[in-house]
Structure formats: structure tokens, C-alpha cells
Write a protein that binds this ligand. Structure first.
Ligand SMILES: Nc1ncnc2c1ncn2[C@@H]1O[C@H](COP(=O)(O)OP(=O)(O)OP(=O)(O)O)[C@@H](O)[C@H]1O
Ligand SMILES: [Mg+2]
Length: 171
């Protein structure tokens, strides 16, 4: 049984990577949708652009899910701030700003939003928050600039295995 958080600046590939975990037997939770649908929030943090999670209710809901599914991936904005005791390992995805700009432009993000995200990526904001929340030993960092999602998945699974976390049904 393993709970993995996937975080990173928008466009780093969290959802794409999570999909591959989903294809391999993981229950995938898209954090913001999950929190909204189950009303697991206490308020909204405008600065982070994410809901402030109600820890107790999230624990309850996650326990429900873990009783049905063995392995869970929680991905999305805010995954860097989940109560650490709920998460076994945190994956932080990064991307060189020039490539991130390309990806976000292709997705039709407005100019301001792109600049904001590029700046966050340059300063390693999400990575810093993940390390301060989970502690360095629980955090694994992967650069996605030149790596396809499939290759990234293989590298991540290899690294998880090295840490003694088994992933079933891996291609
Ligand atoms: N490693 C990669 N190689 C090539 N394209 C990628 C890679 N990772 C992501 N992309 C592309 O970048 C875009 C954003 O990916 P994705 O939706 O997974 O990002 P995200 O981190 O979930 O962003 P958000 O926080 O906005 O949900 C998609 O169009 C995806 O195909
Ligand atoms: Mg996403």
C-alpha cells in the first residue's frame, strides 16, 4: 500500500504522469477536484491558488479510498501541502522555463499566467514547499524538460523500486 503525491508547477506533466500510474492499478486523485467534490476544505488560499485542506476530513476520505484501492496517487496543485503523515513519497516534477513556456502557450494559458508560472518554476517554489512539508528524504525530483512521459514513468518506477516501493503491472 502506497500513497504518492505528484506536484509541480502547471505544465510540468503531473496529470500525464498520474494517468500512467492509473493505467497500472493506482487510484488517481486529482486533488483540487477531489477536495471540491467532497468539500474537504476549510477555505481558499488565494496566493497559492488552492483550497486549504481540512486535514481530518481528508484523512477520513483517504482511508475510505485506501480500503478499496491499495495504491493511490494524489496529483495537482496543492499536492505539495497535503499533511505529510498521509503521504509515503512525494514526486516533484520540474521543467526548464523555455520548455514550460512552450507547453503552457500550447495549452492557451494567458500571458500573465504563463509569466507567473515561469517565475515560480525559476524560483523552485513548489519544490521548496514540498521539501519543507514532507522533508527531503520523502521527496524525489525529476526534470521533465527532455523526457517523454513514458520514459519519465519508467525512471520514476525504477527509483521507487530502489526505495523499496513496488509498483505492480509495470510495462
Ligand atoms: N514530459 C513531457 N514531454 C512532452 N510534453 C509534456 C510532458 N509533460 C507534459 N507535457 C505536455 O504538457 C502539457 C501539460 O501537461 P499536464 O497536463 O500533465 O501538466 P500538469 O502538471 O498536470 O498541469 P496543471 O497543473 O495545469 O494541471 C500537456 O499538453 C502535456 O502533453
Ligand atoms: Mg494537471
Amino acid at each position: 500500500m502506497v500513497v504518492i503525491a505528484i506536484c509541480g508547477t502547471p505544465g510540468t506533466g503531473k496529470s500525464e504522469l498520474a494517468k500512467l500510474f492509473g493505467k497500472n492499478g493506482f487510484c488517481v486523485i486529482h486533488l483540487s477536484r477531489f477536495v471540491i467534490e467532497n468539500m474537504l476544505y476549510q477555505g481558499y488560499d488565494k496566493r497559492r491558488g488552492a483550497y486549504i485542506i481540512d486535514e481530518e476530513r481528508l484523512v477520513g476520505k483517504l482511508k475510505d479510498i485506501l480500503s478499496k484501492y491499495k495504491d493511490v496517487v494524489i496529483e495537482g496543485v496543492g499536492a505539495e501541502a497535503i499533511p505529510s503523515k498521509l503521504v509515503d513519497i512525494c514526486i516533484v516534477l520540474t521543467c526548464e522555463p523555455f520548455m514550460l513556456e512552450r507547453r503552457l502557450t500550447e495549452r492557451g494559458f494567458p500571458y500573465e499566467k504563463i509569466q507567473e508560472n515561469l517565475e515560480a518554476e525559476r524560483f523552485g517554489i513548489i519544490l521548496g514547499e514540498a521539501i519543507s512539508n514532507y522533508g527531503r528524504s520523502k521527496v524525489m525530483v525529476f526534470d521533465t524538460t527532455y523526457t517523454s512521459i513514458e520514459e519519465l514513468y519508467r525512471v520514476v518506477v525504477d527509483e521507487l523500486r530502489r526505495r523499496g516501493i513496488k509498483i505492480r503491472n509495470t510495462p
